[in-house]
Write a new protein. Structure first.
Length: 293
């Protein structure tokens, strides 16, 4: 087996001591900040910065271009407001944030195994959990920052009736989307050692991309359904005007929760459940190192 990379094998980076009576949460709270600070420092590479610029630049350019192509006579129309609110949601919290977490969160375990650095988490108390949680937080920070930046740069150019409320809602959805999809993708990464990103992409495409827009009860099992419901409730968008088919409205394309706060609770509960399951499984599953594959 080849030796681990030297920049990762710093003995004090993830070091912590177990104390008598210390619980799992206490040990995670002590160890995770060190992982976060170390990963933030080592993730500021030209490749990561270039990826961040693309994550921000592409959706911002698309939104501004579509806004500039919109005829002036339609800009004050309510239908135009609904269309741009949904477009902003689709490009930023739904697509950009989800794909960003797919790239950053799903291969966490696979990257450590491939780099032969997973062994360092094995010899630390709760090392695997702290490593996974710390990298998850870093991925959430990168993706959320990109989403809020896209929203801040593009909203001044969009024909929205309430730009301030739209900024607040989309920014909140970026945070919730990053948390929920990140927890989902790290769970997939913990369970599947091979083809992690392929499996994550297929799930994102089929479940969150297609299933979430099917007018049936099954769409309520997706994260996108919860996020879409928050969007429509917080921005007071007309469900009937966007989903013109009575069948689509009656089959629950948007949750009946009038305030959207119940949906926020659902997203946080789903995040906590998926993250807890991933942290529990990562300490119990056995992984093969690169030389054994």
């Amino acid at each position: 087996m080849s030796s681990p990379s030297k920049d990762y094998a710093k003995p004090d980076e993830y070091a912590w001591k177990d104390e008598a009576g210390q619980g799992i949460l206490a040990s995670l709270f002590r160890a995770t900040p060190g992982v976060v600070s170390y990963e933030l420092a080592r993730s500021r590479t030209p490749a990561r910065i270039a990826m961040f610029v693309l994550m921000v630049g592409i959706p911002t350019a698309l939104l501004i271009a579509v806004a500039n192509l919109t005829p002036e006579r339609f800009r004050a129309n309510q239908q135009t407001n609904i269309a741009f609110c949904v477009l902003l949601y689709a490009l930023v919290p739904q697509v950009m944030t989800m794909l960003g977490m797919l790239v950053l969160a799903s291969p966490i375990v696979h990257t450590e195994l491939e780099g032969q650095t997973w062994i360092y988490s094995l010899i630390r108390y709760r090392g695997r959990r702290s490593l996974l949680l710390g990298k998850y937080i870093v991925a959430v920070l990168w993706t959320t920052t990109a989403g809020i930046l896209v929203t801040s740069l593009s909203i001044p150019f969009l024909p929205l009736q309430n730009p301030g409320k739209a900024w607040l809602t989309i920014s909140l959805l970026c945070v919730l989307s990053s948390l929920a999809y990140g927890a989902l993708f790290i769970l997939i990464g913990v369970v599947f050692q091979k083809r992690v990103m392929v499996i994550s992409f297929v799930y994102a495409l089929l479940a969150e991309g297609l299933l979430a827009w099917i007018p049936a009860v099954v769409n309520q099992f997706t994260i996108a359904f919860r996020l879409r419901s928050i969007l429509f409730r917080w921005l007071d968008l007309s469900v009937e005007k966007f989903f013109r088919s009575d069948g689509m409205v009656s089959n629950g394309m948007v949750a009946e929760d009038p305030t959207g706060f119940v949906q926020i609770g659902w997203v946080l509960a789903i995040t906590a459940l998926l993250l807890a399951l991933a942290l529990w499984l990562v300490e119990r599953l056995q992984y093969s190192f690169q030389s054994e594959l």
